[in-house]
Design a protein around this ligand. Structure first.
Ligand SMILES: NC(=O)c1ccc[n+]([C@@H]2O[C@H](COP(=O)([O-])OP(=O)(O)OC[C@H]3O[C@@H](n4cnc5c(N)ncnc54)[C@H](OP(=O)(O)O)[C@@H]3O)[C@@H](O)[C@H]2O)c1
Length: 212
């Protein structure tokens, strides 16, 4: 048995591969049908993970809008920078785990502990393989990753992603500094994908890939 959950990335990007603007401002790329699909994916996941960059830029709640039980929310936040009023640690919306590194300031970690479970993994940065092992041991078998660009990179780099689902919306965002689906330093050798399916959805396309 795998010592980590099944991991899939879900994202919406523009026709030119951007996931937000050069100002890192959240922008609606998904169509109504895609929003519904994302909600169903969330409802079927044990946990939803985001990077601290996404929390600071978008302040997402990561809840299931159609009702029912909310999955556990997981924030990857090496220095415990999650704001105390972030939507993702609002207790009424279900449990949250904040993964921090051993370099996170003690007071910040203790303050966040009031609102969320804290997992400490990695020295300077959160160790993603260790974190996934911890999540698995807590019964999280199906993990949905909702970005952003740097976390997607970190997970793919470590070989921790099984599938990638991308909705390509009918727009061009542009900007060399706008985040793309996967940022980071880039790969010398591309990561190969196997196409699982393509679907027209409203005025965009949904693509599903398996990471080889
Ligand atoms: N269209 C979409 O589907 C979608 C979805 C989500 C986000 N977004 C957009 O994406 C942008 C945010 O992306 P982002 O790249 O700035 O932030 P991000 O990927 O959400 O978070 C990245 C941060 O995670 C932390 N981290 C800790 N350990 C890590 C590790 N091992 N590997 C990688 N990251 C690690 C790092 O900060 P520390 O060192 O402080 O821990 C890193 O800077 C926003 O503009 C948002 O709107 C779009």
């Amino acid at each position: 048995m795998k010592s980590r959950p099944f991991v899939f990335i879900n994202a919406a990007m523009s026709a030119d591969g951007k996931i937000s603007t050069y100002e890192r401002k959240q922008i609606r790329i998904s169509s109504d049908a895609d929003m519904k699909r994302v909600d169903e994916l969330r409802a079927g996941a044990d946990a939803i993970m985001v990077g601290i960059g996404t929390v600071l830029a978008d302040n997402p709640g990561l809840t299931v809008r159609s009702g029912g039980k909310n999955p556990t929310r997981v924030v990857v936040d090496s220095m415990a920078r999650t704001p105390m009023d972030a939507e993702v640690i609002s207790r009424k919306d279900g449990p949250t785990i904040i993964a921090v590194s051993r370099s996170a300031p003690y007071e910040r970690v203790e303050a966040l502990r009031e609102k969320a479970e804290i997992i400490i993994v990695g020295d300077k940065h959160v160790s993603l393989p260790e974190l996934l092992g911890e999540l698995k041991s807590r019964g999280i078998n199906r993990l949905m990753v909702e970005g952003g660009a740097t976390l997607n990179w970190g997970l793919i780099c470590e070989g921790l992603v099984d599938e990638v689902y991308v909705y390509i919306g009918n727009m061009i965002i542009g900007g060399k500094d706008a985040p793309t689906l996967v940022d980071g330093a880039g790969f010398k050798e591309p990561i190969k994908l196997e196409l699982l399916g393509v679907e027209n959805m409203d005025e965009g396309i949904l693509m599903k890939w398996r990471v080889r």
